[in-house]
Each structure stands twice: as C-alpha cells, then as structure tokens.
Ligand binder design. Structure first.
Ligand SMILES: Nc1nc2c(ncn2[C@@H]2O[C@H](COP(=O)(O)OP(=O)(O)O)[C@@H](O)[C@H]2O)c(=O)[nH]1
Ligand SMILES: [Mg+2]
Length: 198
C-alpha cells in the first residue's frame, strides 16, 4: 500500500470530540503494551507517528490518524493494565464502548494479541462484545519476530483455534519489527474498506 500522507488529526477524551468528517474508520484495539502503536507505524511506514511506549497504560485517549486523505486509523486506549485504578478503567471502557457502538463510519476493528502467549480472557471478552455488535474483526498475533519459525506456525494455529468460536475475518501473524504480515494485513483492510460498514 502506498501511503502518500499519514497525519495525526486529534486525540479524543470525550465522545463529543469525535471527528465529523465521514471517512471510513478502522480501529486498533488490544491490551496495553501488545504493540498496537508500533504496528500502526509499521503499516504506515512511519517511525514515530503513533506514540509507542515501554510504559504500559499511559495512553487514555482515542487517537485519530488520517491516511491518504481517505481513511481514519484509530488507535484505541489499551486495556488490561492492572495498575490502573478501577474507576479509570470504567471511564475508559465507557469511552471505548461508546465509540465502537452505533458508529456508521467504523468499518473494522483490528484486535492485537501477543502471539507468544495464549489469548487472555480480556481479549475474549472484547471479541465477544464485538461479535454481538456484528462488527468486522481481524485478529493480529503480533511480536511474531520473537518466535522461531516452527513455534510461530504452531502458535498461529493455536490462536486460530482460540478464536474459532467467533466470526473473525482473518487471524494472522504480524511483527512491527520485521514487517511480517504487513502486506497481508493491508490486503485484508483494503478489502474491508471496500465493503459497506456494519
Ligand atoms: N520484538 C518486538 N517488539 C515489539 C513489537 N511491537 C511492539 N514491540 C515493543 O513492545 C513495546 C510496546 O509497544 P507499543 O507499540 O507502545 O504497544 P501499545 O501499548 O499496544 O501501543 C515497545 O517496547 C515496542 O518496541 C514487535 O512486533 N516485535
Ligand atoms: Mg500505544
């Protein structure tokens, strides 16, 4: 995919601040520190567009990026960071849920999981919730560069099993570091962007 332009548009802490431009949106979700922001940067061939951090739990905002003046990529706040206060976690959930439901511009949600580990209950809860709302979902098993070729193939099969109860569009291995899976993910996203949103 040729990225002619990728720019940060705004951070949203409140649903009233959502952009009103009618561009199709793709949301990126996952646990804190799973590698969401790094993967967005890799997809966009940018090194530091989406903020990456080795301190999990920091980003509490929905970050909107406008790609090629056509689509919004939305970096959602990570979930599952144990040290975040419960009240904050609830406020967070309300923001994410409010954004994800009844959103005519949302074409797909990419759910990132760490390919090295079995999928977590929080990830399964999210998949359940997205399925109920009939949103198109892609599961990306990331940090694949940390696995040997054989281990990678085994874990990908297992991950596909772990999510087999859900109508996932595609479950693939990815690495923000090596670029593995980048072309495949773009292909999936472009196909979804050609379909009408849920
Ligand atoms: N080896 C490896 N490290 C990664 C990969 N993706 C992210 N990381 C690292 O994981 C940490 C968290 O990444 P970040 O993108 O900020 O995660 P986010 O909280 O989900 O947005 C950072 O230290 C990244 O350098 C990957 O594909 N491979
Ligand atoms: Mg991030």
């Amino acid at each position: 995919m040729k990225i002619t332009e990728a720019k940060f548009v705004r951070s949203v802490a409140d649903l009233k601040q959502l952009p009103t431009e009618p561009y199709p949106q793709i949301a990126f979700a996952g646990r804190s520190n799973v590698g969401k922001s790094s993967s967005i940067n890799t997809l966009l061939n940018r090194r530091k567009l989406a903020q990456t951090s080795s301190t999990p739990g920091k980003t509490r905002l929905l970050n909107f990026f406008l790609i090629n003046n056509r689509w919004f990529f939305v970096d959602l706040p990570g979930y599952g960071y144990a040290k975040t206060a419960k009240t904050l976690q609830i406020a967070w959930l309300n923001l994410i849920e409010g954004y994800l439901q009844n959103n005519d511009h949302l074409f797909a949600v990419v759910v990132f999981v760490d390919l090295r580990h079995p999928i977590s209950p929080l990830d399964l809860d999210l998949l359940d919730w997205l399925t109920e709302r009939e949103l198109a979902v892609v599961v990306v098993g990331t940090k694949a560069d940390k696995l040997s070729g054989n281990r990678l193939a085994v874990r990908l099969k297992q991950l596909q099993q772990e999510v087999s109860a859900f109508p996932i569009r595609q479950t693939l291995a990815f690495s923000a570091q090596s670029g593995l899976g980048k072309a495949e993910l773009w292909q999936i996203l472009l196909a979804l962007l050609r379909e009408p949103a849920a």
